[in-house]
Write a protein that binds this ligand. Structure first.
Ligand code: HEM
Length: 498
């Protein structure tokens, strides 16, 4: 029998139990998962105890090294690519006190996200850190509890729903572009972030910052809470008045009050659901007629805000960076826009099938800079991959960013070449090679929504302006909590040719 990690025991017990035991104790999909400790010292001690109990790990750089840990948390890509070359698609890295197994490449991605996904828990991996802000929601739960919530939430992300959000996206983007003129220098990252947040507040929560103070307040508190995760890990350890932890908790409390109030307001409205995701979640039912509680909806929508706005921001920003560096690709995209749109905002049908150049440019941007670049997990049971044994309880991660840059999978991996994503080229790619939205049954639930936001915002921007980088600008990528240009992305706006 596999060695089982102490802190993942409850879930694992169910999984490894014999059939009769499973039948006697059927999973309780509505039962909230056991709380996780937010005490970092307790977690470090538990990790150390688990590591002592665990068996051998795959080879890799496992000596204690603060320098390596620092480099890994500031510029992981070159390190991961170097270790892939040295050790192959699976290796172990010691990060501070813990052993972290990385699995890279098409087969590894497929193994973790699709073929053996059941053996990898999300809540007990690094997503655990998000529980203090997000609570028990899609990113931080597993098993029946997760699956029930996902089933209830799925209809809110269907095509027709996203199509109904298009006008809001266009309106917000036009408003955000008002006042821009050729020659201006803008921080596209900061701009896209504010815009993506406004779109998220309206489409997810039904809060319009232009119409009520609550929207602005919700955005402010959310950003304050989120900034905790951009801090250095050592600052996470501090507690008490004035600490980042306490500020995060205060901001979360204020955000909760707004969200819970919105939920109650909708419960009080007897009419059909509004068009925002929150209204849909309030009205939604599972197959057995059960529905999400107020607390569950709160956790889920906060998670959607978290998972949705940063990722779209990142994609828009890096697309502008790549187009500024690749005039040929920009010009192909502009020709397509003029031919298909003629200066008008895109319609649903046009976004769906008539702008392949845009689609390919976005796909290639997400290859080079997948915003959610790492998929952290915890192995429920011991397993073997490519001849290497991994013990139960090991921290395991697949990594789209490094996988998308492997020279044995991608020709000229560092180059921006949208034509990689023609239908024929995509069909030739091994499964698991391209995973910017993850894979399997837990593939990004907001994929269509995120893609639509990125398409609308970048189309409207490029219809009016061509991005150029200031002389001497060099991109440096920050990876926490999602990929972004360190210090923002200054862009000079040139007039788009008509
Ligand atoms: C360009 C935009 C986006 C990208 C690149 C992206 C990427 C990802 C990735 C890679 C995962 C899987 C993570 C893993 O395997 O560990 C994921 C999951 C998820 N994403 Fe997205 N995402 C985007 C937009 C959105 C949006 C707009 C929303 C919601 C409003 C969203 C909500 C979620 C949720 C809730 C999950 C967890 C799903 C589950 O476990 O069932 N994402 N996303």
């Amino acid at each position: 029998m596999a060695r089982v990690h102490a802190s993942i025991e409850p879930y694992t017990r169910l999984r490894r139990g014999s059939l009769w035991r499973l039948l006697r104790t059927p999973p309780q999909p509505t039962q909230a998962p056991a709380p996780v400790t937010s005490n970092p010292v307790a977690r470090v001690l538990a990790d150390l105890a688990d590591a002592r109990r665990a068996g051998a790990y795959p080879p890799g750089p496992t000596s204690f090294s603060l320098r390596r840990t620092h480099r890994l948390s500031h510029d992981p890509l070159p390190l991961l690519l170097g270790w892939y070359e040295q050790y192959g698609p699976i290796f172990t890295v010691r990060v501070v006190h813990a052993q972290q197994v990385f699995m890279l490449g098409p087969a590894a991605n497929h193994y973790v996200t699709v073929s053996h996904a059941e053996n990898f828990g999300w809540r007990e991996g690094a997503f655990k850190d998000l529980v203090p802000l997000l609570g028990d929601a899609l990113l931080t739960t597993d098993g029946p509890y997760h699956d029930r919530a996902r089933r209830i939430m799925m209809p809110a992300f269907h095509r027709e729903r996203i199509e109904g959000m298009l006008d809001t996206m266009v309106e917000e983007t036009q408003r955000a572009l008002a006042g821009w003129h050729p020659g201006m220098v803008v921080d596209v990252y900061g701009w896209a972030r504010r815009l993506a947040m406004r779109i998220a507040l309206r489409t997810l929560l039904g809060l319009d910052p232009a119409e009520s103070k609550r929207g602005g307040e919700a955005a402010h508190q959310f950003e304050r809470a989120l900034s905790f995760y951009g801090r250095d890990f050592t600052l996470w350890l501090l507690r008490g008045p004035g600490s980042p932890w306490q500020k995060m908790q205060t901001a979360r409390g204020r955000l909760d009050a707004i969200v819970l109030d919105e939920i109650r307001r909708r419960r009080g409205q007897n009419g059909g659901p509004g068009r925002d995701v929150l209204s849909m979640l309030v009205a939604a039912r599972d197959e057995d007629g059960s529905r999400l509680s107020d607390g569950e909806i709160r956790d889920q929508v906060t998670t959607l805000l978290f998972a949705g706005h940063d990722t779209s921001t990142s994609a828009i920003t890096f697309l502008m960076h790549e187009l500024a560096c690749n005039p040929t690709a920009l010009s192909r995209l502009r020709d397509e826009q003029e031919r298909v749109l003629g200066g008008e905002p895109p319609t649903v049908a046009q976004l769906g099938a008539e702008l392949p150049e845009l689609e390919m440019a976005i796909d290639e941007t997400l290859r080079l800079y997948p915003p959610a670049w790492i998929g952290p997990r915890r192995a429920l049971e011991a397993f073997e991959f490519e001849g290497q044994e991994v013990p139960a309880g090991a921290y395991v991660a697949y990594c789209s960013w490094a996988s998308h840059r492997l020279p044995d999978v991608w020709e000229d991996p560092g180059d921006f070449k949208p034509e990689r994503f023609t239908r024929e080229n995509s069909a030739r790619r091994p499964k698991g090679a391209y995973v910017p939205f993850g894979g399997g049954s837990r593939i990004c639930i907001g994929k269509r929504l995120g893609q639509t936001v990125v398409k609308v915002v970048s189309t409207l921007l490029l219809q009016r302006f061509a991005p150029e980088l200031p002389p001497g600008y060099e991109l440096s990528v920050r990876q926490m909590p999602t990929l972004s240009p360190r210090g923002g992305l200054p862009v000079i706006l040139a007039a788009a040719r008509r």
